[in-house]
Design a protein around this ligand. Structure first.
Ligand code: GLU
Length: 395
């Protein structure tokens, strides 16, 4: 007998990143030695100076509801950070602090999208963008890219995807899952197209901002003509190794921030008070304090790329940021390896889980079905062992 769940939840896909992490956990509990390269989660501890701020907040009895959109001190600190790192002028009434950047994005979608609106998603895109658009009753339109273009879309592609129903576009640089970073010039070229369509709002997800290896990412809202219709999303999870603390935030036109505040007031009442106090210390800290993690990610990126390049059939580019590689594995499609026929990236990812005991995520989940995602937010030892196993399983 089927349970009387809503059409909404029945049609919602499960988050593939979280599902794969759960599957790896389950197999481990059964005694299998699974190496998890599926979840985008830094394997570092939260830095001590942030932990100390949280402990102090507990001892100072920060235990009550916070303002729905966040403590004023935190919103001021975020404005300081936006000015310092992104050359963006926001006032505290343009900031909303949420329970992770995922909630920030969901808030924005809920307050801006109506049934029938179209959301453009340059692919590959993070798994939850499409689900969040669908939950808002909008439809999403993928703009494809491939490893040959370093997973970037062109202004011509953007223009071709726009219809009278287009309401939003989601940008994400550095990108999850490809690690691609759009340069300022590339962003300006895309903005030149959007200038012709004033009805389109831009969500710029900059959660991987600090995890970049050669060039500082550019904030979309720093383009003057885009500022009034861009929502800048960021958070603490990735750069500060604070995934479980769940603090994300937006900088947005005030009317959008006000609407997100109203939405959040009915859904969560605001983010955790202790995590917010610690976040004040984190966002105000000089970026140099977290550089050791970025340096380590860079070392691992180089290791992953070099090792994957040694495997026939893996097409690999060099990602500039985040902590993912997104190889094209379409060479394996249609082949039978170790008795298993691989028809697509999901088959390939499952094959790696079952035959190599390595958890990855299929590219289908990111709108790019030729690829799989490997997260290198794992120790060097684990990365080397995982790729050794992959190589052996594919022999
Ligand atoms: N953003 C991370 C990832 O892509 C964490 C899991 C999730 O929220 O999707 O792996």
């Amino acid at each position: 007998m089927s349970h009387p769940l809503s059409d909404r939840i029945n049609s919602l896909p499960t988050s593939q990143t979280l599902a794969m992490a759960a599957k790896a956990r389950e197999l481990r509990a059964e005694g299998k030695d699974i190496i998890g390269l599926s979840l985008g989660e830094p394997d570092f501890n939260t830095p001590d100076f942030i932990k100390d701020a949280a402990i102090e907040a507990i001892n100072q009895n920060y235990n009550s509801y916070t303002p729905v959109d966040g403590y004023l001190e935190l919103k001021e600190a975020i404005c300081t950070k936006f000015k310092r790192d992104n050359d963006l002028e926001y006032k505290p009434n343009q900031i909303v602090v949420s329970t992770g950047a995922k909630q920030s994005i969901a808030n924005v979608a809920q307050v801006l999208l109506n049934k029938g609106d179209e959301v453009l998603l340059p692919a590959p895109y993070w798994v939850s963008y499409s689900a969040i658009a669908t939950l808002s009753e909008a439809t999403y339109v993928e703009i494809p890219s491939s490893i040959e273009s370093d997973f970037k879309i062109t202004p011509a592609q953007l223009e071709a995807a726009i219809t009278p129903k287009t309401k939003m576009i989601f940008f994400n640089s550095p990108n999850n899952p490809s690690g691609t970073i759009y340069s300022e010039a590339e962003y300006r070229a895309l903005a030149a197209v959007l200038e012709k369509y004033p009805q389109i709002y831009i969500l710029s997800d900059e959660i991987y901002e600090h995890i970049n290896y050669d060039s500082k990412p550019f904030s979309f809202a720093a383009i003057k003509s885009m500022y009034d219709r861009t929502i800048t999303v960021n958070g603490l999870a990735k750069a500060f190794a604070m995934t479980g603390w769940r603090i994300g935030y937006i900088g947005a036109p005030q009317w959008i921030a006000k609407a997100c505040n109203k939405m959040q007031g009915q859904v969560t009442s605001g983010a955790n008070c202790i995590a917010q106090r610690a976040a004040i210390t984190a966002v105000l800290a000089p970026v140099s304090k977290i550089q050791y993690m970025v340096d380590e990610f860079k070392t691992r990126r180089d290791i992953v790329i070099n090792l994957l390049r040694e495997i026939n059939g893996f097409k690999v580019n060099v990602p500039d940021g985040a902590f993912y590689v997104f190889p094209d594995v379409s060479d394996f499609f249609g082949k039978t390896i170790n008795g298993v026929t691989i028809n697509n990236a999901s088959d390939f990812s499952l094959f790696l889980l079952e035959k190599a005991n390595v958890a990855t995520v299929t590219g289908d989940a990111f709108g790019t079905p030729n690829c799989i995602r490997l997260s290198y937010a794992a120790s060097e030892l684990q990365i080397r062992e995982a790729i050794k196993r992959i190589k052996e399983a594919l022999k």
